[in-house]
Design a protein around this ligand. Structure first.
Ligand code: CTP
Length: 407
């Protein structure tokens, strides 16, 4: 259980802080809500107290014996502000400590995540642009706002990022200062990355398909992590059961054939390509045009052919020797088999630069939030790393950066 301070500044999006609060408490975190006086004009203290299950800290002069203006920041494992208004960021950037939230930001030693929401003019004003740059240069993670409908009739960048997006990023930062540093430094900026996610489906007839149980969480986490660290992300998505992250270019695909086509386009000009998708290895020789009907008590025989190995085809088509190609492997090592030896053989077969392998014995991984991965390249083995898919996504990008720097 981590200690999280949820700061709430005074903007209409303050009501969405309630959803973030619920997500954080449901994940088992101990959350203290610190609303600014302006935030309490939008959402009442009672709501925050009920959702967090603890008293709300509203001012530096309440409970002086607890020294909240320094204690909260010092003890937090993460400080997240939803919404971060232009005013809050201006005060944080200049080091003001004129309310409990800014005092907390000034004493926090853990990662700080600011989730902006404001009108487009405010977001694009040179004062805000400079404040955001200052905060980022100090290691604060400032999300880019989403684009869309704002309060009133206006639209544009300034919407609060989706609460699910905020929760995913918050979960990756808790207790992970290196991720906060990488995100604040935008250490993947200038890189173009292509990521595939989800699971492909091969049609048997107009209503049935051969598929798999991949949720797409790992690929989505990789896309989100790269975008958070400043990369230009192309996501090729096959039947995801999780929402796509904001700020990435998405191409939806269905079958392994569609995936091959989309990935060759996405890989063109990309610095790194990561195949996290679970691609169907077999497809019907001839999918039935009509629905396959039962015939008496007889079963049915399906004739399948192998699909294109997309990863191998990307390796073969690679024209830029500096492009990094990463594959995934889900293995179920039997008695006497070793995960790393199996992966090294797969690395040779596929010809890629790195394989992320996980042991899926007894369905341990698909659809789960947590995972264990080992990173195998021709020269080295790293891991196993344990953690949420959000955190592991960052480990994979760290390794990709290292391998590219070593080349
Ligand atoms: N992959 C691919 N195209 C396919 C099947 C898989 O590009 N038709 C990619 C996956 O996205 C993954 C990697 O290849 O990155 C490893 O997938 P896996 O199914 O484990 O590889 P196979 O060689 O098919 O495994 P095995 O030989 O063990 O069946």
């Amino acid at each position: 259980m981590s200690r999280i301070v949820l700061g709430v500044a005074g903007g209409i999006a303050a009501y969405k802080a309630c959803e973030v609060l619920r997500g954080l408490t449901e994940a088992g975190h101990d959350v203290t809500v610190v609303p600014t006086p302006a935030a309490l004009e939008f959402v009442g203290e009672t709501t925050f107290a009920a959702l967090s299950g603890k008293p709300v800290r509203t001012g530096v002069f309440a409970d002086p014996e607890e020294v909240n203006h320094v204690r909260l920041g010092r003890e937090a494992d993460l400080v997240v502000v939803v919404p971060a208004t232009a005013d809050l960021m201006a005060r944080a950037a200049t080091g003001r400590a004129d309310d409990l939230l800014t005092s907390t930001l000034l004493t926090a030693t853990a990662p700080v995540l600011l989730c902006p929401a404001m009108h487009t003019e405010m977001w694009q004003h040179p004062a805000t642009v400079a404040n955001v740059a200052t905060l980022r240069s100090r290691g604060v993670v400032v999300l880019d706002p989403a684009s869309g409908r704002l309060t009133g009739a206006d639209t544009g960048p300034g919407r609060l990022p989706d609460p699910d997006e905020i929760l995913a990023v918050a979960h990756s930062l808790v207790g992970e200062p290196t991720i906060a540093t990488a995100a604040a430094a935008a250490d993947l900026s200038g890189m173009v990355v292509a990521v595939s996610a989800g699971g492909t489906r091969e049609a048997l007839d107009p209503v049935r398909y051969l598929g798999n149980s991949s949720s797409g969480r790992m690929g989505v986490a990789l896309a989100r992590a790269a975008a958070l660290r400043g990369a230009d992300v192309r996501l090729v998505a096959a039947h995801l059961s999780v929402p796509v992250p904001s700020g990435v270019e998405v191409t939806q695909v269905s079958s392994t054939g569609d995936l091959a086509e989309a990935m060759h386009i996405a890989a063109d000009g990309a610095d790194a390509v990561v195949m996290a998708v679970a691609a169907a290895d077999f497809t019907p020789t001839a999918p039935s045009q009509g629905k396959i009907k039962k015939s008496g008590d007889d079963g049915v025989t399906l004739e399948l052919v192998q699909t294109t190995d997309v990863l191998r085809s990307l390796v073969e088509a690679r024209t830029d020797a500096a492009q990094t190609l990463v594959g995934f492997a889900a293995e179920t090592p039997g008695a006497g088999q070793d995960l790393v030896t199996m992966t090294k053989a797969k690395l040779r077969r596929k010809g890629c630069d790195l394989i992320v392998v996980n042991d899926v014995t007894a369905g341990r991984v698909f659809g789960q939030a947590d995972n264990a991965i080992t990173l195998v390249d021709p020269a080295d083995v790293r891991g196993p790393y344990l953690g949420s898919k959000e955190v592991l996504a960052h480990r994979i990008w760290d390794r990709v950066r290292e391998l590219r720097a070593a080349d």
